[in-house]
Design a binder for this molecule. Structure first.
Ligand SMILES: [Zn+2]
Ligand SMILES: [Zn+2]
Length: 263
């Protein structure tokens, strides 16, 4: 039994065959999937999916790359969506300095809006008692600086973690977790492989970030939740342990973090 803790199941990439994709996940032992919202419309669809499939859960949030399109009352929308008992976290939220506006003159305002929405959504997490799914790309110091304002009040998972063991330990010391995608299977991913090999067994989860980041040998193809198994198998090999051990421990960590059955 495995949990894909980060899938974009609502994306149009899955419109033609979503039910088959979910069936293949079950066949591969991926018994639960968390569908991650990135905008208001995507968060709404994630909640709809979670309400229609008993093994799917949802998060709601505005992705840092989507802040320019977010409505003024985004937080009210998210608060409303989070009333569903199928919503298990706020996310994905954070800072992304990799995909900044092309015009350098637009960059400062975009970064400021990213930080504002990140803080507002972390505040919403505190209000609702939900954990957060964190996206950071090329924004390590600023992401940690914002999160430090919330230490002890919100737990986050640094999804698609690609950093060093020292960086992983830095976020773990603040009460957060990390999770690994199919990147861990890529030939040139030595750094994250070393991290996945040595990190404490109870401090990480597994995910696909599908439709992106298909693990080797399907790199570049559409990824789907069934591939979580390959991520877990690869980590098991790195750590010289069994798939069952990785599956059992990461599932336990995910259940504790997302607390599927809310009161
Ligand atoms: Zn992300
Ligand atoms: Zn994502």
């Amino acid at each position: 039994m495995l949990i894909d803790t980060h899938a974009h199941l609502d994306y149009p990439d899955f419109h033609p065959d979503r039910a088959e994709v979910i069936g293949r996940a079950t066949d591969a032992g991926v018994t639960e999937i968390i569908s991650i919202g990135t905008r208001i419309d995507s968060s709404t669809r994630a909640v709809e999916l979670a309400e229609n499939f008993p093994n799917i859960w949802a998060t709601v949030g505005i992705h840092p790359c989507d802040v320019d399109n977010a409505p003024e009352d985004a937080i009210d929308h998210l608060r409303q969506l989070a009333q569903s008992s199928r919503v298990v976290a706020i996310g994905e939220i954070g800072l992304d300095y990799h995909h900044l506006p092309e015009n350098p003159a637009d960059v400062p305002a975009n970064k400021e809006l990213q930080a504002t929405l990140f803080r507002q959504q972390l505040t919403l997490s505190v209000e609702l008692g939900l954990n957060a799914v964190i996206h950071q790309r090329d924004s390590w110091d600023d992401t940690l600086a914002v999160l430090r304002e919330f230490t002890g009040r919100v737990r986050g998972v640094f999804h698609c973690f690609g950093g060093t063991l020292e960086q992983a330990q830095e976020v773990i010391a603040l009460g957060h977790l990390v999770s690994f995608t199919g990147i861990v299977t890529f030939k040139n991913a030595r750094q994250v492989q070393a991290t996945a090999q040595d990190i404490a067994i109870d401090q990480f989860m597994v995910e696909t970030d599908c439709p992106y980041l298909a693990p080797a040998p399907d790199r570049g193809q559409r990824c789907e939740p069934a591939h979580t198994r390959r991520v877990a198998e690869y980590i098991a090999t790195l750590r010289n342990t069994s798939l069952e051990e990785i599956a059992g421990r990461t599932t336990e960590t995910a259940r504790n973090f997302f607390r599927f059955q809310r009161p």
